[in-house]
Structure formats: C-alpha cells, structure tokens
Design a protein around this ligand. Structure first.
Ligand SMILES: Nc1ncnc2c1ncn2[C@@H]1O[C@H](COP(=O)(O)OP(=O)(O)OP(=O)(O)O)[C@@H](O)[C@H]1O
Ligand SMILES: [Mg+2]
Length: 451
C-alpha cells in the first residue's frame, strides 16, 4: 500500500502547510485549514526524464536563439546576455530585498513575448502576488500563478502545462512527499533541486529558483545546491536602502562576478544604467576620510566611494569594522600602515564602508581604503578629482591591478583628472587624455599627496 503524508490546505487561499494552525498565515483567515493527504507513490512524470546517447562534439549545434533576452538589461547582463533555454538559475538574497519582485517583472517581460510562464508560489497566495503585480503594473495573461508546495504536484502540473519558464518561489517552502523531512531541510532541498534540474534539462524549460539566505549570507540548504544549478545570482545591498546589486556568483553561461544595479521604487526594481553616478558623490575632495576607486565588476568598470572614520577608542581593544570590503584585509592594511608608513592607529577605532551597499572584493581596493583611512587619521581630504587603485603588499609596495585602462576610462568619463596608480601599471597603459596618472612604488609616497 502506498505511504501517505498529511498536509493542511487552506480552503480560502489554497496554501499548503505542514502543520495545522487555527489561522492561515497567508490569507489570515481562521479555521480554513483542512487535512489533506499526499500519496507517496512515485509520480508518473517519467516522460520528462532525459534519455541521451553519446554524440560527437562537432555535431552538436548551439544556435544563438538558445538565449532569450528577458527585457531587463541589467538582469540580462548578469545572466551573461539573457536566459539560456534549459538552464536552472538560483536567485538568493536577504528577506525583502526584492527577489519576488524581480521574478515577477521578468515573468511579465517574458510573457508578453508569448512565452508561457508558470509562477509557483510556496510562500505567497495568488491574491498577494496579484497585489504585487498591480503595484508593478504587470499582468500578462501568459503568467500562470500556482500556489503549491508539494513537489510531486508541481512536477505534474509542469508536465501537463509544459511552460517555457518556471519560477519557484522559494525552494525552502517546497517538499517532496517521498521524503520524511520538513520543508527547507537539506534532503528536501536536494530532492527539489534534482527534480527541477530534470525539468530544466529534460523539457528545455528555463527554471528560476528563489532561495533564502542564512544569517551568514549563504543560500540556506546544502552547498551542493549551488553546484547543481547553472547560475547563482545574489542580491546585495541593504534591504532598507534603495539600491540593490544583483551579482552572478556562478554562471555557466557568462562571466561570473558580473553585476546589475537596481533602484527599488514603488513601481518595482528600476535599472540603474550608470552605476558610477549613484555610488559616488561628485568628484570627492570635500571631506577627510573619503576616496574614490575605479572598480571592475565582471565586464563593467564603475567608480565607488570608500569612506573611513578613525576615532579615538574607548575600548581596550580598538574596533575594526569593514562594511563592503574584506574585514581581514583591513587588519593587514592597518599593520602595513603602522609598520611601513608610520601611521599609528593602535589607539583608534577604524570603520571602513563602501558607500551604496556594494561589496568590493578585489585587491585593487587596497589603495583607496588606505587613502581613506589616512585621510581621516590626518584629517585632510584628498585633492578633488582624484581616483586611487592599487593592491598593497605586506612590504608597503604597490602591486599592479588588472583592467587599469578601463578603470581610468571610467574615471575620465566621470570627470576625474588624476589617478594614483601602481608604478608597475604605467608601462602597459596606452595614451589617455584627460587624466594624469601619478605612479607610486610605495605607500609612503601615497601619503605625500596629503601635504
Ligand atoms: N509600496 C511599496 N513601495 C516601495 N517599495 C515597496 C513597496 N512594497 C514593497 N516594496 C519593496 O519591496 C520589498 C519586498 O520585495 P520582495 O517581496 O520582492 O522581496 P523578497 O526578496 O521576495 O522577500 P522575501 O524573502 O520576504 O520573499 C520591500 O522590502 C520594499 O523594499
Ligand atoms: Mg519573496
């Protein structure tokens, strides 16, 4: 006899819960949850499973039509030029950052081109999604909303409907009745990801999966989930702020590290085509403790502002806080500052922040962090119109950074007139009009800029 699992379905909004509650948390109706059972026999959806035979690489054809633009340039850029048919994309981020919003906006853009989109919602009722869609001004007939959390049911509907695009919001809310574990557990997530991969590859469907993140910022569930999917996108930024950065952490079909920048408005996520203009405030030089850096994220150069605050500590152990850049790198830079440049900060708290909520992980940020801290410690601003980029070695030497020319071109475009760069970058630079490179060998030379 087939095993059965108990679930509780809301008769008002259709939401499924794993335990009985007096009030449905989705639609807030009382006494609407009714017991239901899900058979544990395997679903008869074997027609979506892949059967393949070895084929010569030369005979495999990859047509450009395999990639589809999703109508949001910043999202297309992060995906490597559009969504690829048969791909499985995982999108993660903090609560309230905009995962469901961007999925619905994308769903509408794809739906108006004639694609059928199935939006499986395990967290929100159809009414809640309708309310969001009205706020965003979207509502194509080709979007089917399906509030469901039972994996076998979802798979069956996908087999019947054969949509071009499936969005599952979220993977933590879905469970397989074959597995005796709660939704969101490692085994449930692994099973769901396996089924979704089967759907993506077997039916050539684009599958987007929303994933929650843990306190540490990783997608909740097994790390294996990120290995299984083709693309992993993360939303960065403060959900209470207005800017959101979508970063491709992994991409089998494009450059990883690529970012898309959005502004959260009441009508949804609006693209920011010129990120430099939002991450910096003019040409700098107004306050001590600020420096501008030419960063490269994926294939894009953009200017970001590094801010530092050095203040006398009232603790026995001074505080070192780094927001948006590497915390351990900050400790290294402070040690270099003391030992190689003679700036002593052992009695000071040091806070470093990359403005705008963006994360800069590349070592090229070292010089900008160094200059912002030095500026705050000396209480002197950098000269207006100065950008800085360079990696700092443990001996205080300036090490070359990649893509220097594109960093400088972006600085010129934004009106900057001088650049502090490592000397070793100078030889590889072509002629650049509008910016004066100041080549440095050592951090001590960098400090002379303040005098
Ligand atoms: N009326 C509104 N005006 C402006 N912004 C709004 C409005 N309503 C919602 N938002 C924004 O949308 C965000 C919620 O977006 P969304 O529901 O897409 O996030 P999410 O990442 O899916 O969250 P969760 O993890 O809870 O599902 C809010 O944090 C807020 O910034
Ligand atoms: Mg959501």
């Amino acid at each position: 006899m087939a095993k059965q699992k108990r679930i509780y379905r809301c008769s008002s909004c259709g939401q499924v819960h794993t335990q009985w509650m007096g009030k449905c948390p989705q639609c807030n109706e009382w006494n609407t949850l009714a017991e239901d059972v899900v058979s544990k026999t395997k679903s008869a959806s074997s027609d979506i499973s892949r059967k393949s035979t070895p084929v010569s690489l030369s005979q495999v054809t990859a047509s450009p039509s395999m990639r589809r633009k999703c109508g949001i340039d910043e999202l297309d850029r992060v995906l490597g030029g559009g969504v690829v048919e048969g791909s499985l994309v995982l999108i993660g981020g903090d609560p309230g950052i905009g995962k469901s919003t961007i999925m619905l906006q994308m769903a509408d853009n794809l739906a108006v081109t004639g694609l059928r989109v199935l939006y499986v919602s395990g967290e929100e009722s159809a009414v809640q999604i309708k309310m969001r869609s009205e706020r965003l001004g979207v509502g194509s007939e080709n979007i089917l909303i399906y509030p469901e959390v039972v994996l076998e049911e979802i798979r069956e509907q996908i087999t019947i409907l054969r949509p071009d695009v499936v969005i599952l919001d979220s993977i933590q809310s879905v469970f397989s009745s074959q597995i005796e574990a709660p939704p969101g557990s490692v085994s449930q997530i692994r099973e769901s990801a396996g089924v979704l991969m089967e759907i993506a590859k077997g039916m050539n469907t684009v599958v987007f999966v929303v994933g929650h993140v843990t306190k540490e910022g990783w997608i909740a569930g097994p790390k294996m989930l990120e290995h299984m999917v083709d693309t992993v996108l993360y939303f960065e930024g403060d959900s209470s702020g207005v800017y959101r950065i979508l970063r491709a952490v992994k991409n089998r079909f494009g450059t990883s590290g690529e970012i898309g920048v959005f502004e959260m408005k009441s009508a949804g996520l609006q693209e920011v085509h010129d990120p430099s203009s939002i991450f910096i405030n003019g040409l700098g030089g107004d306050v001590a403790g600020s420096s501008i850096m030419g960063a490269v994220e994926g294939s894009r150069a953009l200017l970001v502002e590094v801010q530092a605050l050095v203040s006398r500590t009232s603790y026995s152990m001074p505080k070192r806080i780094s927001i948006g850049s590497d915390q351990s790198r900050l400790s290294v830079l402070l040690a270099v500052m003391e030992k190689r440049a003679g700036v002593f900060l052992s009695n000071s708290d040091v806070v470093v922040n990359i403005a705008g909520g963006i994360r800069v992980a590349e070592p090229a940020v070292d010089l900008a962090v160094f200059m912002a801290i030095a500026g705050s410690a000396l209480d002197k601003p950098l000269p207006k119109g100065t950008v800085c980029m360079g990696e700092i070695g443990l001996n205080g030497e300036l090490r070359p950074v990649n893509h220097m020319e594109s960093r400088l071109k972006e600085a010129i475009r934004m009106g900057f007139s001088r650049a502090l760069i490592p000397h070793s970058n100078l030889d590889s630079l072509g002629p650049l009009k509008g910016i004066k490179p100041i080549a440095l060998n050592h951090v001590r030379e960098a400090l002379s800029i303040f005098s």
